[in-house]
Design a protein around this ligand. Structure first.
Ligand code: UT7
Length: 325
């Protein structure tokens, strides 16, 4: 058993100012508010301003998480940014975040696991903390997906938005008597055979361009329902926790129908599920920390409660984490 626990000591998020409604999109492409809402649950999304970079979104979320944790940038020894929309191909967006926050040194890198990226980042940071390499880590999911959409593909472009969410993970001594806190179990998986279902059709080594998002919605939908619920089964089994003990399911926000189908399979009432898809749309790696922050700030999620996060996205890659907040 680990002598330290990895606790979430701070949470923060940031959405760019500009709100784009379904009605706004319907003026530009052949779609309707009715179709988007009924097929996905999305009502509006935020788009970054011209010149506002993924690292800027990430930094805004990070300041809020640091503030909640009562920490200064110099306390952070590890920064992981989960993103598929980095400022530049290299270096990592994490080093720009490091520089903009004024973190003097430490480890900084990005993880690329699309919508599961935040959970991949949390898992990696947890390992750094459990092995005693760092005491405080920032894990940020940040995306500027608006720069990445094909406005001629109406089945995909209406689904995404920009935003960022961050957590500070901190090492705390594990008390021998008390019930464990922090990250209780994690699970990650990927299946590269399914990559053609969700990808960007470009990159430095293939086309020399950034590419645009391509998605086989039906296949991704089917896999999402199956693997997100399986991922929750995995972590509850690993932690030997009954699903009835879960206070809040905080899923990746891709489609309300996926979320509802998962909740049904998991036998969780929708009033124990945090849903932000109507206001945020799909923000890929940012969606779970954005939803977590929304649930904390409106008073639903409280310290001591049992939370489960789960996501699936491009890769296909998926995962989950069970956390005593
Ligand atoms: O974060 C990564 C994970 N991503 C996901 O999990 C997304 C998973 N997939 C989905 O959420 C859904 O598959 C979609 C929302 C993308 C699509 O929903 P669907 O129920 O699978 O719809 P569909 O693709 O079968 O499209 C149905 C109809 C088609 O018309 P016909 O051929 O039936 O006449 C489309 O042309 O809806 C049409 N359509 C639209 N109509 C108005 C497609 N996009 C639009 C649109 N507005 N934006």
């Amino acid at each position: 058993m680990s002598v330290v626990e990895t606790v979430i000591s701070g949470v923060g998020s940031y959405l760019p100012e500009r709100v784009v409604t379904n009605h706004d999109l319907a003026k530009k492409i052949d779609t309707s508010d009715e179709w988007i809402r009924s097929r996905s649950g999305i009502g509006e999304r935020h788009f970054a301003a011209e010149g506002e970079l993924t690292s800027d979104l990430a930094v805004n979320a990070a300041w809020r998480a640091l503030d909640q944790a009562g920490l200064k940038p110099r306390d952070i020894e590890l920064i992981i940014v989960a993103t598929v929309t980095p400022d530049n191909t290299f270096p990592s967006t994490a080093v720009y975040v490091q520089q903009k926050l004024g973190v003097p040194n430490g480890i900084a890198f990005d993880v690329s696991a699309a919508c599961a990226g935040f959970l991949y980042g949390v898992n990696v940071a947890h390992n750094f903390i459990s092995t005693g390499q760092v005491k405080h880590a920032l894990v940020i999911g940040a995306e500027k997906l608006s720069c990445f959409l094909d406005w001629n593909d109406r089945a995909t472009c209406v689904l995404f938005g920009d935003g960022a969410g961050a957590v500070v993970l901190s090492a705390e001594p594990a008390p021998t008597a008390a019930a464990p806190r922090g990250i209780l179990a994690t699970y990650l998986s990927a299946d590269g055979r399914l990559a053609p279902h969700l990808y960007a059709d470009g990159g430095p080594a293939s086309t020399g361009t950034v590419g645009l998002v391509r998605m086989n919605g039906k296949e991704v939908f089917r896999n999402a329902v199956e693997q997100i619920s399986n991922a929750v089964f995995e972590v509850t089994e690993r932690a030997k926790v009954a699903r009835s003990e879960i206070d809040w399911f905080v899923p990746h926000q891709a489609n309300i129908r996926i979320i509802e189908s998962c909740a049904k399979r998991l036998e969780l009432d929708m009033d124990r599920v945090i849903v932000t898809i109507d206001k945020h749309a799909n923000t890929s790696s940012a969606s779970i920390p954005l939803a977590l922050d929304a649930g904390i700030r409106d008073g639903r999620i409280k310290r001591g409660q049992l939370l489960v996060f789960a996501a699936l996205g491009g890769g296909l890659a998926w995962g989950s984490a069970l956390v005593r907040f």
